[in-house]
Design a protein around this ligand. Structure first.
Ligand SMILES: [Zn+2]
Length: 136
């Protein structure tokens, strides 16, 4: 099986509201995302997918949603604290952990992949030593 992987980075801030410890404070990460998809090689292009197209898909999903945003769980506490904040906020139904963010990424990227191509593996790094991963 032949696969391709694209790596991107984005900056975002978040806080975990149900957490006792430093992660309940607003803090930022340089998230690193690796997206792998596998499929047949198109005999016309000799590619599974042009890396440029995969990058565009990630820009239109992951980056437009999360990059340079404040990612928060949509709950009354956060709605009250950030009521007057006019910057980019990405509201989630869950706490914005790497695990929940990767769930969102799998769902949204899968929706716009061309037919016949499927995600097989993702890794989302919060730090160089901590990542969440997903495998088909
Ligand atoms: Zn964090």
């Amino acid at each position: 099986m032949i696969c391709i992987t694209k790596k991107i980075e984005f900056e975002a801030a978040h806080r975990l509201s149900n957490y006792s410890g430093a992660c309940s404070q607003i803090h930022g990460h340089t998230y690193k995302l690796e997206v792998t998809l596998c499929g047949p090689i198109d005999p016309e292009t000799d590619m599974i997918m042009d890396f440029k197209n995969l990058k565009l898909i990630l820009q239109n999903t992951v980056l437009s949603h999360f990059d340079h945003s404040l990612i928060l769980k949509d709950n009354p506490e956060n709605r009250m604290i950030f009521a007057d904040y006019s910057g980019k906020v990405t509201w989630m139904e869950t706490e914005p952990t790497a695990e929940r963010m990767i769930e969102w990424i799998v769902r949204e990227v899968s929706r716009i992949l061309p037919q016949g191509l499927a995600l097989t593996k993702l890794k989302l790094y919060e730090t160089s030593g901590s990542y969440a991963s997903w495998e088909k």
